[in-house]
Design a protein around this ligand. Structure first.
Ligand SMILES: Nc1ncnc2c1ncn2[C@@H]1O[C@H](COP(=O)(O)OP(=O)(O)OP(=O)(O)O)[C@@H](O)[C@H]1O
Ligand SMILES: [Mg+2]
Length: 406
């Protein structure tokens, strides 16, 4: 079950309403203000001015009143939806409405929308229905965790983790699925660079008082890519030699895993005290290597080490990146990889340095440079949820709550 998402203050249903319309505000106060079951919080102003600072941490449901004809208000809504992730459910109230607006709102994963004038009965029943459905959904679904581990340095873990996160983000049944990419290379990560965003995670600030780490603080430490992808990454500290308290790391990961549909971890090569917990909590575990004899050997060793440590946990699958099949060379072939790795072999990703380099240099996903490219399409085949894949629940493990494995 996802924790901390019920949004209640002293047992009350917390309704947050953002509006710049005095008449609507008055109506909302009259509708909700008298109910002892509801804690009403009205924020006045238009979303493009106050959306950025709007806190929905404790909300059960949020009602956003905006002018859908104003692009800057729709943009602010999109930013808000990306920032809050999967919780709380948002109901949009608009004056103008057409099929395009409806489609855009659906893509933003808005829970429902209403057109003014809105009757009080309709507003109450919509809030109740949306809150109930979202709570049931939050309890029933948990995030899918995808973890990428390097077998050798520079194998392409960050490239494939970024691409996976973008693919999962766009794989929602109605548009975007809330997705967070977490760069666990605290000392020299590259996720933020590859996406051209500012890293905002400051573990040093959390460490003295880990209990302070809640959804609100997490929000401060999240970076947002314009695609809607949330990213947790720390600024590089090339000369720093320190490791972080595993409790802080697992608390952070617990929190992330309860707030997004998908979480993607870019793992470092070094095995830390929290590494086992991350691997145990994962649904899919990919080891990335390259097509060289040492690359295959290291991948095989890592598969064995992970199996030994995780027992019945998620099965590691090896992806060979930068694959090139040259029939005339005496080098390794696909058959050799299959022979060495056996059932742990997931597949190959083609080598296309020009494309990857351009994407990295421009700080954008590969599809933005070349839609339908071979790297992305091969990766999709391996990562998109397969019905037969065993989840930790099915394999008898308690589902992601990193703390259980501490
Ligand atoms: N499929 C690919 N085709 C061509 N080049 C690639 C491919 N994947 C990654 N690369 C290149 O390989 C290099 C290393 O990639 P990346 O940073 O993703 O690897 P990494 O495993 O995260 O490295 P590190 O060990 O530094 O964390 C980059 O220069 C990238 O452009
Ligand atoms: Mg990397």
């Amino acid at each position: 079950m996802r924790t901390g998402r019920q949004g209640s203050v002293a047992g009350k249903t917390q309704v947050v309403v953002l509006t710049a319309d005095a008449a609507f505000e008055q109506q909302v106060r009259a509708t909700f203000g008298t109910s002892p079951q509801i804690a009403l919080n009205v924020v006045t102003g238009s979303i493009d001015l106050v959306g950025e600072t709007l806190s929905l941490t404790d909300a059960t449901v949020a009602v956003i009143d905006l002018d859908a004809a104003m692009p800057r208000e729709m943009r602010a809504l999109e930013e808000l939806m990306a920032r809050i992730g999967a919780w709380p459910p948002v109901i949009v109230v608009t004056q103008n409405f057409d099929a395009n607006v409806a489609r855009t709102l659906l893509q933003m994963r808005v829970a429902d929308f209403m057109v003014k004038p809105v009757s009080p009965v309709e507003l109450v029943s919509t809030c109740a229905r949306v809150a109930k459905a979202a709570t049931a959904n939050a309890e029933a679904t948990e995030s899918e965790i995808y973890t990428f581990l390097p077998a050798v340095g520079g194998a392409g873990v960050t490239t494939l983790a970024v691409q996976t996160a973008v693919t999962l983000l766009n794989s929602g049944p109605r548009g975007k699925a809330s997705t967070c990419l977490v760069d666990l290379n605290f000392q020299h990560g590259a996720c933020a660079d590859y996406l051209d965003i500012e890293p905002r995670l400051n573990l040093g600030e959390i460490e003295p008082r880990p209990e302070r780490l809640d959804r609100q603080l997490l929000e401060v430490m999240l970076s947002h890519h314009p695609s809607g992808l949330a990213v947790i990454a720390a600024p590089n500290r090339p000369a720093e030699m320190r490791s972080f308290d595993p409790d802080v790391v697992t608390r952070l990961l617990d929190l992330v895993s309860t707030n997004f549909d998908y979480v993607v971890f870019d793992m470092p090569r070094t095995w830390f005290s929290w590494t086992d917990s991350v691997l145990l909590g994962s649904n899919r575990l990919f080891i990335i290597s390259q097509m060289t004899v040492p690359g295959l050997r290291h991948a095989k060793e890592l598969v064995n080490a992970v199996k030994e440590r995780l027992g019945d946990g998620p099965k590691p699958q090896v992806i060979i990146n930068r694959f090139e099949q040259n029939v005339f060379s005496s080098g390794l072939r696909k058959g050799d990889i299959e022979q060495v790795l056996g059932e742990a072999f997931a597949g190959c990703i083609p080598n296309d340095y020009g494309l990857v380099r351009e994407a990295i240099d421009r700080g954008v996903p590969l599809d933005e440079i070349k839609p339908g490219n071979k790297i992305t399409s091969q990766l999709k085949k391996m990562i998109l949820p397969q019905p037969a894949a065993k989840s930790p629940v099915e394999s008898g493990l308690k589902k992601f709550k990193l703390s259980w494995a501490r």
